[in-house]
Design a binder for this molecule. Sequence first.
Ligand code: ADP
Ligand code: MG
Length: 606
Amino acid sequence: MADIIQLLPDNIANQIAAGEVIQRPASAVKELLENAVDAGATEIRLYVQDAGKALIQVTDNGKGMSETDARMAFERHATSKISRIDDLFHIRTMGFRGEALASIAAVSQVEIKTKRAEDTSGTFIEIDNSIVRKQEPIAANTGTRISMKNLFFNVPARRNFLKSNAAELRHIVDEFIRVAMAFPNIFFSLESNGQQMLYLEKSSLKQRIVQILGNSYAAKLIPVQEQTDYLNIRGFAGKPETAKKTRGDQYFFVNNRFIRSAYLNHAVMRAFEDLIPKDSFPMYCLFIDLDPTQLDINVHPTKQEIKFEDEKIVYAFVQSAVKHALAQFSIAPTLDFELDPGIQSLEAVSKPVSREAEQAAASSGLYESFTRKNQAHFIESRSNLTNWREVYERTNPEVLTDQVKGSETETREGELPNIPLKLVQIFNNYILWPKTDGYLLIHQQNAHERILYEKFLAALDGKSLPSQQNLFPVLLELAPADYVLLEELIPDLKKVGYELEPFGPNCFAIKGSPSDLPAGVEKKLMEELLEDLKHSGLELRISVREKMIRSLAMQQAVKTGKVLSNEEMQEITETLFTCEIPNSTPLGKPTYTVVKKSELDKLFGR
Ligand code: ADP
Ligand code: MG
């Protein structure tokens, strides 16, 4: 008898493998969008026909491919993203298995047009059933366009398995949204059968959420943000009143990858406990960023599940981050790791409140002063304006000068109008801004802390702040432990404008300081920073970097009692409302409050 085992031809092997990766049009959409993201695109367009059954086309302006790479990309296990097994634990890209394009080419008819910026001409390749039909140079823009036609044309059994167009399109939209949500700084568009379904301009995360989930969330998103050495959590949760009867608008991303996790969902539900009815679901869109070595993303072929090295820690962080966010926005007193332990043990703080208790309490002045003083919960109706434009748009035209009215129409989207606001300083402490339906009261010091904090945060992120060379370097002599503590921060301090150089044993020379800092205060600031770093023991879970910028923001902020010029008031007001989280200081103190005219009228019996 002859031997009977034979190697499968490539196209059949690919077809079998494709079953894992491409189950339906939406899976191909996800892979193609992720490839475009990995290629560094800033604009990504998806076009589908017949819910992707006839055509899925993704066009990006990313880095494109060389002629050889374009051909290689369709081989199984061909990837530019990992080369060693160790790389698996440092994945920063969305893809890494090198299977998607090979799978797609095995079950559809593919055309690709791609060009790199450095090449004069691009490459066109036509493949069907894993066989290259055509390859030729072509004129093209930088980037890549992949069109896949007639999905499963050669696997009729799978084609028959597809659901109705409506159902398949729904899946496509879901996948599209998950990618678009994670990358708000990328423009995305989705067209189906010639109709524009989604058109998402580059934006902040908050705006992206509203673009996708609708305007009803516009003033109803609570920022969630905690940074620690181990992981960061950022994103938004919907105010309790936006909770819905159906589980829908709930998104978790880990290192920008959408995941499903009943376990982490539970953590959020716990944070919302007592704030929403039992059978309803809060909106959330939370990003967990952590060191990829703490993850195993390789557990599921379509990668929607994830294994954390330490799942319990992540659970605890998610729960406390959301609780903390809700507390800051006045929704519920809660156990809060930033509070003094003495305060934490008070029953009023540690015990979750019921709806009624919350309402009763909110109307009592005692409660208000207690919570304000100790917890920075602030009463909601006072500060539900979260973005400057909203604030601006409500400004009374009458309080604007004529010049203002003239230039109003020229105000471009997302840009602050270059007009003097009418502002008044009171008690050398507050900036008062009259509006149509009331007035805004901005706490100058708190507001400035928020502004500086976000400026420093951006600086650590890469936008380094200008530094001014000191004519005579100031010497900073320290205890050995302090020296070590500060030494670790030298690179980060440089980004926010301080240049420190070791100068003999346990001594630094301060060679430069932020250019907007008055001369002569740098030494004192560094000493205060050290004190803060050493004495914020309660906030152990917050990273040293985070502590550093919080501390610098507090030190450098204009203080209560300082008389401000018109320009200074203008600057603070405008900049505050361009902040990502304008409502509170990094430590959760309110930055401004809105007093409604209707509330005043009520006071006067009108
Ligand atoms: P993976 O994304 O896991 O690496 P794929 O099969 O999706 O595998 O893609 C294979 C390779 O093709 C990628 O590693 C990348 O180098 C290249 N590639 C795919 N899509 C694009 C694109 N839109 N732009 C540039 N390169 C791409
Ligand atoms: Mg890929």
